[in-house]
Every structure is written in C-alpha cells, then in structure tokens.
Design a protein around this ligand. Structure first.
Ligand code: CP
Length: 375
C-alpha cells in the first residue's frame, strides 16, 4: 500500500509518484490561489473545506438561511422538500460519525435530495487497489455533491484537486479532515452563538478546553470567531494538549488576544462568554485519559457570567460532569441544542451551494408576513 499523509495512492509506485507530484504542485499554491480554486467565477464558494475561506457575509447568510429553513420546514415542509429534488449527494465517511453523518443525511432529506452513502470503505473498490484519487473521481460521476469525512489532515485540498482535474467539478464539503479542520461544525457552533447572542459576537471572551492541539472543531471554530472585533481566547489544556502553533499564529495575526491556561478550568470559568469543551482525541494517539483539573463541574454553572454558555461538539466522555445532563431548561447548556442546530446549518450549506438559499429566506419572510401582517 502506498500511503502518504494519510491518503491511499494505490498499489502502483510509479502511478502514485506521478499523482503525488501533480497534487503537490496544486497544494503549493498560495492560500489566496487555493481560496480562489474553491470559488466560482463570481467569487461564490463552491467547495466548503476550510474555515479561513469564510467571511462574515457568508457566515451571516448561512445563519439567516438556517433560521429561515427551520421556520419554513415547520410551516411548509412541502416547499422545502421540492427545492432540490433533481440533485443527489454522496455521504462518504471514512471515519466514524453520528452527528455529522445523520444531520447531513436529514438536511438532504429536508431539501428533497437523493442520497447514497459509503461508510465502510472495505466495501468500496479501494480494497482492489484503486487509489483514492480514482475512487473520488468515480464517485463524482454519479452525484451532484460529495460530503466527506477522512482521517487525513489534507484530504480537503486533495479532494478539491481531484474535482478540479476531472470534467465534473462537484461541490465538495469537508465533514472533518484529520486533526486539521471541521468547517461545518464551526458553522453550526457559530449559528448557536449567533442565535444566543442575537448576532452580536464582537468583544467576546471564549474558552476552548480539552484537546486544543488535535481538536479540529477548535481549529475551525476559533478561525471564525477571529473575524470579530476585540476577541480574547483562552486555550485551557495541559501543556501537551495546548493549541498548535499554526492556529495560534492565525489568531495573533488577526489581533485576537490568546491566553494559554495550563493548570485547570476553574479560574477561567468566571471570565468568559462561552466555554467550549472537547474530549481527548485519542484516535490520534495516547490513552485518552482526561486530567480532572479540566473537567467542567456542575458547580461551575453558578460561577459563569450571566449570559455565558456551555458548548461541546460531541461526542463527550468524562469532561463534563454527568449530573449536568439531568438539568432541564437551563439555557446556558447548549450542547444538545447544537446537534439540532447542526441539521439546519447543513440545510443552509447545501441550499447555498445549489443557489436556493435565497428562495428559503424569501419564503420565510412571506410566511412571517402572513402570520404577522403589517398594519
Ligand atoms: N461533532 C461531530 O463531528 O460529531 P460526530 O463525530 O458524531 O459526527
């Protein structure tokens, strides 16, 4: 097996070397060129691969479309289900997933899309020595979009390269690539914040807790919040799990104040507007043992700022006190709500990629006008 950067290049060394060289040429472009490669001729994103490609206008469009979609689906499900009946999507998951897979699948159903899945790679022709380049190109023959999760940190770029070298460049959506990025999770986390803080996300203090080093949800989420003014971010983790240099540099370059707290969570709780817990990502090595100093304890709820919230991308393990799951109707506890927000965010992303997001927002305005006629 020829493996490089977690991507399977097939069984033939000479073919793999040729493909790798071509990919390296593509990946060596500047970040601005790679961003342009992810947009259409009008500058609209056609591949959703990295949080650094999103600007505030795009994010606001996603939040407003997600909000409209949940309203329209409640009142006029038939309208929603008629929007993308001619479109199909492959959910191609090389790593386990509950939330991302299911919420994409249900988002596609809400929009009336045809959908297929590959979740067990052993059932694909990779097991016959087909390279991932050829597999992805084959998939693109049958669908109108691909949603994909993969263990490689660079699979997002790899997939865009494959799309651009084929005659059928479909929208590619990164549903989590290795330790590097989880851009649609970042959008759903942002949507959760946007709803709670009523769109006002400047001047906020955020704590990212747990596996800051390898947590792709943290890497993508922090980049979105760096678009706002006067932001301060605490990375709360023991030294070996502290934030990676690249993410820290990205934030500092955008004038985000970065503070690394390596002793524990308790002292940070009263200082922040959002606490974002994460599990230890031991699929990337180590035992997964969680230092008890970084557990979110039930008593911390009473120490939070009045409007502060508690989030977690999930799955969770011991990093949140299990008693907290049994508290009902505390609006500060957001991690169950985030999961449902994920489905509407993914409706918005798909609607945006197929250019029907404006239809959803217009329909929602109409529904609201009928419900509350102007006098
Ligand atoms: N948050 C998240 O990516 O969850 P899954 O791994 O269950 O998709």
């Amino acid at each position: 097996m020829v493996d490089w950067n977690g991507i399977y290049w097939g069984e033939s060394g000479s073919v793999a070397e040729y493909d790798k060289k071509k990919f390296e040429e593509f990946a060596a472009q500047t970040s601005e060129e790679l961003f342009r490669a992810c947009c259409d001729n009008n500058g609209r994103l056609k591949h959703i691969i990295r949080a650094e490609h999103f600007n505030l206008e795009f994010i606001r469009t996603i939040c407003e479309t997600a909000e409209a979609a949940r309203g329209v689906a409640k009142m006029e499900d038939k309208f929603m289900k008629g929007l993308l009946t001619s479109k199909s999507v492959l959910n191609y998951f090389h790593q386990p997933s509950s939330r991302t897979f299911l919420s994409f699948s249900m988002a596609e159903a809400h929009l009336g899309m045809r959908r297929e899945e590959i979740r067990d790679i052993k059932t694909s022709s990779s097991s016959k020595g087909e390279s991932e380049k050829d597999s992805l190109r084959t998939d693109s023959s049958y669908f109108d979009a691909i949603v994909c999760r993969h263990p490689s940190d660079i699979y997002d770029l790899f997939a865009v390269w494959v799309m651009k070298t084929s005659n059928r460049e479909l929208p590619f959506i990164n549903a989590g690539s290795g330790k590097s990025e989880h851009p649609t999770q970042a959008l759903l986390d942002y949507y959760t914040d946007w709803r709670w803080f009523k769109g006002d996300l400047d001047h906020k203090v955020i704590a990212y807790v747990g596996d800051c080093k390898r947590g792709r949800t943290i890497h993508s989420g922090a980049k979105l919040l760096a678009l706002h003014k006067d932001m301060k971010v605490y990375f709360v983790a023991p030294p070996e799990l502290q934030i990676d240099e690249e993410t820290e540099r990205y934030l500092l370059d955008r004038e985000v104040k970065v503070i690394k707290e390596t002793h524990g969570l308790a002292q940070v709780v009263p200082l922040v507007d959002k606490i974002y817990m994460t599990r230890i990502q031991n699929e990337h090595g180590g035992t997964g043992e969680y230092d008890p100093n970084f557990i979110f304890r039930k008593k911390f709820l009473g120490m939070m700022r009045p409007q502060a919230i508690l989030e977690h991308p999930m799955p969770k393990r011991e990093e949140i006190d299990p008693e907290i799951d049994y508290i009902k109707n505390d609006p500060a506890i957001k991690y169950w709500e985030e999961q449902r927000n994920g489905m509407w965010t993914r409706v918005a992303i798909l609607a945006y990629l197929f250019d029907v997001d404006v239809d959803i927002r217009r329909r929602y305005e109409k529904i609201k006008e009928i419900a509350e006629p102007k006098t």
